[in-house]
Design a protein around this ligand. Sequence first.
Ligand SMILES: *[C@@H]1O[C@H](CO)[C@@H](O)[C@H](O)[C@H]1NC(C)=O
Ligand SMILES: *[C@@H]1O[C@H](CO)[C@@H](O)[C@H](O)[C@H]1NC(C)=O
Ligand SMILES: *[C@@H]1O[C@H](CO)[C@@H](O)[C@H](O)[C@H]1NC(C)=O
Length: 526
Amino acid sequence: MEMLFFWAFSIVLTTACCAVYDYGAYDPTRDDFRPGTFPDGFIWSTATASYQIEGAWNVDGKGESIWDRFSHTPGKVDRGDTGDVACDSYNKYREDVQLMKNMGLKHYRFSLSWPRIFPNGTKEDGVSQDGVNYYNRLIDELIANGIAPMVTLYHWDLPQALQEKYGGWVNEALVGHYHNYATFAFQTFGDRVKYWITFNEPMIVCSLGYASGEHAPGIQDSSSVSSLRCGHTLLKAHARAWHTYNTTFRQLQRGKVGISLSLLWAEPRDPDLPADVQAANRAMQMINEWFARPIFGDGDYPNVIEDTVQKLKLSMELPELSDEDKSLIRGSADFFGVNHYSTRIAADKPSHIQTQSVLESFEMTTAPEWPRGQSDWLFAVPWGLRRLLRYIKEHYGDPDVYITENGWSDGDVQPPILEDTDRVCYYMTYIDEVLKAIEEDQVKVRAYTAWSFMDNFEWARGYTERFGLHYVNFTDPSRPRTPKQSAKFYSDIIANNGFPEGAEITKMVQDMWGKCRGSDTVKEEL
Ligand SMILES: *[C@@H]1O[C@H](CO)[C@@H](O)[C@H](O)[C@H]1NC(C)=O
Ligand SMILES: *[C@@H]1O[C@H](CO)[C@@H](O)[C@H](O)[C@H]1NC(C)=O
Ligand SMILES: *[C@@H]1O[C@H](CO)[C@@H](O)[C@H](O)[C@H]1NC(C)=O
């Protein structure tokens, strides 16, 4: 998982804006529990990512990744934490698979480490057979235990060699290199892997990696040129991989290829005030549409990005998406992957007339009654997910939606939080909103994925934030895992395929509902 958004651009105000906000004013039943079950075949999953869990950063011929380099650079990660050992899943994957099996999981989302397979970034520079064998063992172990792998090809650990040679994603040469890597993965693992995610959270890759520098490779460029170039490369790389799968592999392998975007819901402070509604629409465009609109919408960049390029006269320095690029990108996904964690309240900031900046044309706040996780950006607002899902249905042609991340962080405290009631509340309420989206709004949600299967290396926050259904003791060399209360709870949801009327899980949810919703305080609307 990662932060929700980052202001990568100094965006110039656009006038073309704003669908009508029609999500309704305060509905007193909005926060009620809705019992029921999910559609047959609904996918319940949990997720991890290679750098966050594998460890074994330099063994068996693995090449260095940009996250190895970044976390080894003093001052980049809290407490100097690194992923050198992390959860040691490289050695403990069998135990992980057993824990998943104990939970009744039938799907697992994990990522491949590109430099574990191509240590120097390209096949020509050598394939690490040990790396390939590791993923073959993991995939076979999952399948032997009845768990279908859902594989993310790129979850942020680019081979350092490609960073050094090309400057990373700012260079379009990476379209070809990524394509070769993806093709190798389809060829090597596609007989058993039927769900592929090309990129995890491209917006975070570009804005935190190439504008703020908070993430690897740590490039700081406030001009937006680097992050926009990065976005171009990722879009083209994604589309090329999808087309190759479609034309070369699909017929034989019969899998699906999508992409996971990090999306936020922005709620107008006053839904009856057109200025606030427009502010919320601008916020949604800025945060969500950079990648969603080219792939799932009409193939264009959102106005806010095009205006940035035009008005900041960046166009000389930026490659454009040609009409051919756009038509290759448009529709290049078999499902819409959604990583969602939180919501903000957006309000108009009238000063934008003078400043001419979209960024300064709205303000984003939270409500005091929203519970906050350990992560400073993570507020529990379950109904925001339902609205976001409906927005996706209405704006992007009613796609199949896979929720590929959703979850809650708590702290690295003593004693450890094994009775993680806040996380149980988060999952209970968010999953019920998914049910409402399916049943009441007819959104085609096909999958729900809890982030994360276990506590792990939370990027620049190191091990200070814990998102796991399983507790991991990072001071013990053997990295023991212990199921938390939330693992049991999620496993009960899976066993019941939701909250059937009269079931034990449903009674438990009904008992906890008021407490989880904080119903004494929350009923007062925003
Ligand atoms: C790969 O990179 C390593 C150092 O990271 C180097 O020693 C090795 O020669 C490289 N191999 C090739 C084939 O370029
Ligand atoms: C996907 O592949 C099929 C079969 O080869 C082809 O008919 C279809 O046009 C392709 N889709 C796109 C968008 O290229
Ligand atoms: C974690 O492991 C360390 C070292 O083995 C041990 O001292 C500590 O008690 C463990 N913590 C928990 C919460 O189990």
